[in-house]
Design a protein around this ligand. Structure first.
Ligand SMILES: [Zn+2]
Length: 117
């Protein structure tokens, strides 16, 4: 379990833990989507098992986004003590857009590690 978390954070192959999953990490501010390798560069493990394999990663991404938004709301509400929630909403929306590429990348890695066959 600890190893799995470490591999997810490092973006390592779910099979051999050595190869990298993403060729290019992409980034919202670079206006680039992350680019995945088709197979692991070390063990040739196929990352996308079948077409649509990563649709399920959207649920992981949703879970991450909700968690981040709730955490951020509590932090902002505590630190800034805004009078209305609209300012907080705008800050959360901006942060979520900025984190979208990161969430996409990490959710695919989590998905692969959860359903490794
Ligand atoms: Zn591998």
């Amino acid at each position: 379990m600890g190893n799995m978390i470490k591999n997810i954070c490092l973006g390592s192959c779910p099979n051999c833990s050595k190869g990298k999953v993403f060729e290019d990490k992409g980034g919202f501010f670079k206006l680039k989507l992350p680019k995945m390798y088709k197979n692991c560069t070390i063990c040739s493990y196929k990352f996308e098992k079948e077409p649509g394999y990563f649709y399920g990663a959207m649920y992981v991404s949703y879970m991450l986004t909700v968690g981040e938004a709730v955490g951020l709301y509590m932090l902002l509400a505590y630190v800034f003590q805004f009078e209305n929630n609209f300012q907080i909403f705008l800050m959360i929306a901006a942060t979520m857009i900025g984190l979208s590429v990161f969430n996409m990348r990490i959710s695919r890695i989590i998905w692969m590690h959860l359903f490794k066959t």
